[in-house]
Design a binder for this molecule. Structure first.
Ligand code: ZN
Length: 139
């Protein structure tokens, strides 16, 4: 990973083989970013996408192995059990120009991944919601 700081934001370049969610989480931990937003693009392989099935109260998972474009990556950073947690969603573009999208559990960088991480002032925490089992923003 390479990065530069610009005011309250960081521009990151992840290298092939890096895992995106772990990289964002580790970066936030290292920089003590307790609250923030993330956006990005690039390409990925071995992505694990999630879809939250409300009736079943669980994530359905799909692993996507071929290289895909990261058309859009959006996320936020908040504290979960005292440590920065990155909540990330992506839209992926396939070789035949179809789109796949969902919650990003993990994704390995293929060619590159370019991220903008903006630190927000203060801290935001997540708390587990009893009804859904999800860790919701505690605002
Ligand atoms: Zn999600």
């Amino acid at each position: 990973m390479q990065y530069v700081k610009t005011a309250d934001s960081y521009l990151l370049r992840l290298d092939p083989g890096e895992e995106i969610v772990a990289a964002i989480t580790g970066f936030a931990n290292d920089r003590r970013i307790d609250s923030g937003v993330v956006s990005g693009l690039g390409s990925v392989h071995h992505a694990v996408l999630g879809y939250f099935d409300r009736p079943g109260n669980e994530y359905l998972r799909r692993t996507v192995e071929p290289d895909c474009e990261i058309v859009s990556l959006l996320g936020n950073i908040a504290l979960k059990d005292g440590s920065p947690f990155a909540h990330v969603h992506v839209t992926l573009g396939t070789r035949d120009f179809q789109a796949l999208a969902g919650h990003l559990f993990e994704g390995i960088v293929a060619a590159t991944c370019e991220l903008l991480v903006r630190a927000l002032p203060g801290m935001v925490q997540r708390r587990k919601d009893a009804a859904s089992g999800l860790w919701l923003l505690d605002l």
